[in-house]
Design a protein around this ligand. Structure first.
Ligand code: NAD
Length: 288
């Protein structure tokens, strides 16, 4: 029997509508309009499309935006000066530096310059540490979107065996903490894992965040498991996930497609994080 398809487009629309309602409520209750600052360095066409989509989503959610576009030859010091200035600017709630920057810029140094209270990508050491410690903070958007999809699909996480394939700072590692926080039994698999099919076969919830098209096939999936495919791989046959969808859809209980699964969730969660940052900053002003 074919798996239930988890529709990321639909869930992301619901999240964005919910955020728009909450932004309106926040403002009606005396709050300020949340504002996201985006910073884009260079001419990478894909990055331009991503940022344009983020700015469009802000508008639809009633979130203000300020966009900074810098030439490819911008030096690291000037970029960091801008990011620090945005961190000090009381009119800005969220800072998003579109990654990756050009090769001559060290992304880690730029991330370290982001004010953690405005770190809506959840990438600073402060927010990563809070998440690892199970404390509240700003959570990276893609892993937060994965949890939203699992909740939407009604997947039981408490006590479930969850296997995450991939351990990047952007996706795999934050997911370990998020799933632990939901009382799943979490296994992190990666490029040195000895018997990947056997490890994955244990999973009630299997998340692929690798970057290798079609890596996980039917032999990796326990019948009835929920499979979340974070992979976005450009191939000659178009966009492909890390999961061989045609095989796995016949084994899994529920599965996200690529495109139209995790992808649309990232922007939706960015909107949610920007509102959360605005709320937290507004409370901090009241309570000091
Ligand atoms: P990454 O390259 O930083 O990390 C890949 C991870 O996969 C590593 O931890 C590595 O150990 C593991 N890995 C590599 N080969 C493996 C193998 N053969 N077997 C098991 N593990 C292996 O990647 P990332 O930034 O986490 O991105 C992963 C995928 O998710 C990419 O396709 C990326 O495009 C996609 N992605 C999508 C979104 C989104 O939907 N918005 C966001 C971020 C990343």
């Amino acid at each position: 029997m074919s798996a239930q398809i988890i529709d990321g487009k639909q869930v992301s629309t619901e999240v964005r509508e919910r955020v728009a309602d909450e932004v309106a409520e926040f403002i009606a209750g005396g709050g300020h309009q949340p504002v996201l600052a985006t910073v884009l360095v260079g001419d990478d066409p894909a990055s331009h499309v991503y940022v344009a989509n983020k700015l469009k989503a802000c508008k639809a959610a009633g979130i203000g935006s300020v966009h900074h576009e810098l030439p490819a030859e911008t030096n690291q010091r000037d970029l960091i000066t801008l990011v620090r200035a945005l961190g000090d600017d009381d009119g800005i709630d969220g800072i998003l530096v579109q990654l990756p920057p050009p090769d001559h810029i060290d992304a880690d140094a730029v991330i370290a310059a982001i004010n953690p209270a405005k770190d809506v990508d959840g990438l600073t050491a402060t927010n990563a540490g809070l998440l690892a410690g199970g404390r509240p903070g700003l959570v990276p958007c893609t892993p937060a979107g994965v949890i939203e999809l699992l909740d939407h699909a009604g997947t039981e996480l408490e006590g479930a065996e969850a296997v995450i394939v991939g351990r990047s700072n952007l996706v795999g590692r934050p997911l370990i903490s998020l799933l632990l926080g939901r009382n799943a039994t979490v296994t992190a698999a990666h490029s040195r894992t000895r018997d990947l099919p056997a490890v994955c076969q244990r999973a009630d919830v299997l998340v692929a965040a690798v970057g290798v098209p079609g890596l996980l096939g039917a032999e990796h999936v326990k019948p009835g498991a929920t499979v979340i495919d974070v992979g976005i791989n450009r191939t000659d046959d178009g966009l492909k996930g890390d999961v061989d969808f045609d095989q796995v859809v016949e084994v899994a209980g529920a599965i996200t497609p690529v495109p139209g699964g995790v992808g649309p969730m990232t922007i939706a969660m960015l909107m949610a994080n920007t509102l959360e940052a605005a709320r937290a900053r507004s409370l901090a002003k009241v309570w000091g």
